[in-house]
Design a protein around this ligand. Structure first.
Ligand code: TXA
Ligand code: MG
Length: 313
C-alpha cells in the first residue's frame, strides 16, 4: 500500500490492459460492475486477497465473491449441477452470485472462501468488467469497493472518497446501472436465497419453478447480515411520510423531497439511485428521513439495505 492516489483508468483497451496487468502483479484494482464497484484482486494470490481486507478495514475474514468471465470458467472452481446451469443460463452474465461446493484443486486462496468448502461465483454483465476478466484470464475476488460497513459505491468517485490511496487503480466507467449488490443463491443442494439483491426473488423462483428457501440461523454470517452494514454517518429514519425539522428527506414516488429515488415510483430506477442518494444526503451532515418504499420485486432488496443503513451501530 502506498500513499499515492489511485490511477483513474478509462474503459478503453489500454485502460483495461493496464488494469489486468496490475491485477497480475497482486495489486488492488477497483472496477465497475452493473451492481456496484468491486475492489478486485487475483483470487489465487493470498497476499493480494489479504490486501482487500486491509484496504476495507474488514474486521474479519468474510468470504468474497469470485468473478469470472463465463460459466465455463466458473466450473473450474464450483461444482456444477443442473440447477446451477439453469440459473446461469437465465441470469449470467448479470447480478446473480451462486454459492457452489468447491471443486478439488481449485487453486483459490483460502482467504477468498474463508476456509469454507464452498465458493461464491459471479459472471458480471458490465462490459468493462467483462473486458477486464477476459484480459486478466483468471478469477478476481471482489467485495464492494467501500470501507467496511459503509455505503456501497456506485461511481468511481465514491470509491476514491472511501478508499483513496488504498487501491492502485480505479477503472472508471460511470455510474452502475443496477445499483444493488448481486442476489446470492446457495445450492445446498436446495436453492436458498442468501442475500436479496439485483434480481427479484420472484424472477429467480420463476426460473426455478419453485420457492427459494430462506437462510436458516446456521448459515454463514454474511457482511450483509451485520446490522449496521451500508451505514451512512448520519442517523437514518425509515417509512417517514414527512421529514422532521432538520432532516433531509429521501422520497419515493410523486412527492416533494430533497432527493427522490424515483419520482415515477419505479423500483428498478430506485435501486440504481439508492446508494448515490445516500452518499449525497450523508454529505449534508443532516439526519436522513426516507419515505416508504414498496416491498415487492426489487423493493425487497432496497428495504433490506435501508433497514441496515438505519440499524443502531
Ligand atoms: O454485486 C456484488 O455482489 C458485489 C460486486 C462487486 O460483485 N460484491 C459484493 O461482495 O457485494 P461482498 O463481499 O460485499 O459480499 C459478498 C457476500 C457476503 O455476504 C458473503 O458472506 C457472501 O457473499 N459469500 C461469499 N462466499 C460465500 C460462501 N461460500 N457461502 C456463503 N456466503 C458467501
Ligand atoms: Mg459490501
Amino acid at each position: 500500500m502506498n500513499n499515492a492516489l489511485p490511477d483513474i483508468l478509462p474503459p478503453t483497451p489500454a485502460g483495461i490492459d493496464r488494469a489486468a496487468r496490475l491485477l497480475g502483479t497482486g495489486a488492488l484494482v477497483a472496477f465497475p460492475t452493473e451492481t456496484v464497484y468491486g475492489l478486485g484482486a487475483d483470487a489465487r494470490n493470498g497476499t493480494a486477497v489479504a490486501g482487500i481486507y486491509a484496504a476495507k478495514g474488514r474486521p474479519s475474514f468474510n468470504p468474497l465473491i469470485v468473478h469470472v468471465a463465463s460459466a465455463e470458467q466458473a466450473q473450474k472452481f464450483g461444482q456444477w449441477s443442473p440447477v446451477a446451469q439453469k440459473l446461469a443460463t437465465a441470469f449470467w452474465p448479470g447480478p446473480l452470485s451462486l454459492v457452489l461446493p468447491l471443486v478439488p484443486d481449485h487453486g483459490l486462496s483460502s482467504l477468498v472462501t474463508a476456509g469454507l468448502p464452498s465458493v461464491a461465483l459471479r459472471v458480471p454483465a458490465h462490459p468493462a468488467a467483462q473486458a477486464l476478466l477476459q484480459a486478466f484470464g483468471g478469477p478476481v475476488a471482489a467485495p464492494s469497493a467501500n470501507p467496511s460497513g459503509r455505503i456501497s459505491p456506485t461511481t468511481a468517485q465514491h470509491v476514491l472518497e472511501g478508499l483513496g490511496p488504498n487501491v492502485a487503480a480505479v477503472l472508471d466507467d460511470g455510474p452502475c446501472t443496477v445499483g444493488l449488490e448481486s442476489s446470492i443463491v446457495g445450492l445446498d443442494p436446495e436453492p436458498v436465497l442468501l442475500r436479496e439483491g439485483g434480481i427479484a426473488r420472484e424472477e429467480i423462483e420463476a426460473v426455478l419453478g419453485g420457492p427459494l428457501a430462506r437462510p436458516d440461523g446456521d448459515t454463514i454470517s454474511a457482511p450483509g447480515q451485520l446490522s449496521s452494514h451500508y451505514a451512512p454517518r448520519a442517523r437514518v429514519r425509515l417509512n417517514a411520510t414527512a421529514p422532521h425539522a432538520g432532516e433531509v428527506y429521501l422520497g419515493f414516488g410523486d412527492m416533494a423531497a430533497d432527493m427522490n429515488l424515483s419520482p415515477r415510483g419505479d423500483l428498478t430506477e430506485a435501486a440504481a439511485a439508492l446508494f448515490d442518494c445516500l452518499h449525497r444526503l450523508d454529505a449534508t451532515g443532516r439526519p436522513i428521513a426516507v419515505a416508504p418504499v414498496p416491498t415487492r420485486g426489487l423493493g425487497a432488496a432496497i428495504n433490506d439495505r435501508l433497514a441496515r443503513a438505519a440499524a443502531p451501530r
